[in-house]
Design a binder for this molecule. Structure first.
Ligand code: FCB
Length: 404
């Protein structure tokens, strides 16, 4: 890969895509734990402002979503399949749901989109939650059985499978429910629930073996939320101790995988007394996170340091904003970080933007991350300028130099 005067080229075969998750776009995921939480307005301890309802109706409109992405220039699409639909009751596997997701895989391939399939993205079947969730007896074996049942979906034509999305955030969500935190988390994150974290690691390792048994050609990994913990002077040890249970434990568990997914949006600065809120003068995005596109470079480098020579794929990166020009600015900054990491020899294999569509952001439709807007009543899709811009880069595979 040689930089040219025109810009920084991405390597051959580099994944260029956008990401979504089933519960956030499909609509009416009625057999999931999240649907239940939404009907109650949250758990005893966490409030949920809006319900997902019909979401973007992508359960029916996925062909349109894929037509748009392929037409814009993207070559890769990360989506998740929904355990609660495939196994709506314990031990009952829906042939129709499996056939549905197989049609999505084939539909992607027909359009020239390589499917990256996530097997579990935050939601679990309601029956699984009711029997005690990840820490209940036999839970990880039940996940393994579900993964084996996805063979007809992923068995051919799928190169990349993500077992579990952001296990560190899932384990933190479990801890938040136990803590009863109602306050928005302005600085830092609670400690993940250790038992849930351990169970997710076991579930990942079981799922990895189950996927390999389906096809040894499938490249298996999982995707970890990187908070980019930055040590202020004198806070190196505090930062390392803070980061390890929240992030590194899950990166270490990826050793032996085929790749690791890097998900990065913002940073968290840590002082000698712990995490600090964003600086007062920082620009904040619609969900309150500090605008900090450089985060992705830090996330890639930190991940590489922990996992060694595992290939890195950016599986989520983006910004909640209603000013689409800010989305282009943010993403330009993030891609410059990817290019710099490549130039430094990091093995980055792809960039998938969060998100393809404006979607249900776990309690609210307000933080719009989408490259494509969705009308909540008609479900009409309207690509934003950022979609044409980012998809266009997928065609050239060259990032113009800053100022060019
Ligand atoms: C990540 C999630 C994804 C989305 C983005 C904004 O933590 O994986 O579903 O909500 O954040």
């Amino acid at each position: 890969m040689t930089p040219t005067s025109d810009g920084l080229p991405f390597p051959d075969g580099f994944l260029w895509g956008a990401s979504t998750a089933a519960h956030q776009i499909e609509g009416n995921n009625v057999n999931s734990d999240w649907w239940q939480l939404e009907q109650r307005g949250g758990s005893a301890t966490q409030s949920i402002a809006e319900r997902s309802g019909d979401a973007a109706d992508s359960y029916h409109r996925w062909p349109e979503d894929m037509d748009l992405l392929a037409g814009l220039g993207f070559t890769d699409y990360r989506f998740s399949i929904e355990w609660a639909r495939i196994e709506p009751a314990e031990g009952h596997f829906s042939r129709a749901a499996i056939a549905h997701y197989r049609r999505m895989v084939e539909g992607a391939l027909e359009r020239g989109l390589r499917p990256m399939v996530t097997l579990q993205h935050f939601t679990v079947p309601r029956w699984f939650a009711e029997r005690g969730g990840w820490t209940a007896d036999g839970a990880t074996a039940l996940f393994e059985r579900y993964v084996a049942a996805t063979a007809p979906v992923i068995g051919t034509g799928v190169r990349h499978v993500c077992t579990i999305n952001e296990p560190n955030i899932a384990a933190i969500f479990g801890a938040v429910q136990e803590l009863g935190t109602e306050e928005p988390l302005l600085a830092g994150l609670p400690l993940p629930d250790k038992a849930i974290g351990d169970a997710l690691i076991d579930a990942h390792h079981r799922a990895r073996a189950a996927v390999k048994a389906i096809s040894a050609d499938i490249q298996v990994g999982w995707t970890v939320a990187n908070q980019v913990y930055q040590a202020l002077p004198g806070a190196d040890e505090v930062t390392a101790a803070y980061r390890h249970p929240r992030e590194d434990v899950f990166l270490e568990a990826a050793r032996g995988d085929d790749w690791i997914g890097v998900q990065s949006y913002t940073r968290t600065r840590i002082g000698p007394d712990g995490p600090l809120p964003a600086p007062d003068d920082a620009e904040r995005t619609l969900n309150g996170w500090e605008y900090y596109p450089q985060a992705l470079g830090h996330a890639l480098r930190h991940t590489a340091k922990v996992v060694g020579d595992l290939p890195l794929i950016v599986t989520e990166n983006g910004i909640a904003t209603d000013d689409d020009s800010r989305r282009i600015d943010y993403t330009t900054g993030a891609l410059q970080e990817v290019a710099a990491a490549l130039e430094d020899g990091l093995d980055v294999r792809g960039y998938l933007h969060w998100s393809a569509l404006d979607n249900y952001e776990w309690g609210s439709y307000k933080p719009t991350f989408g490259l494509i807007a969705v009308d909540p009543e008609t479900f009409e899709r309207t690509p934003k300028p950022s979609a044409a811009w980012l998809g266009g880069l997928g065609r050239t595979r060259v990032l113009p130099r800053a100022g060019a």
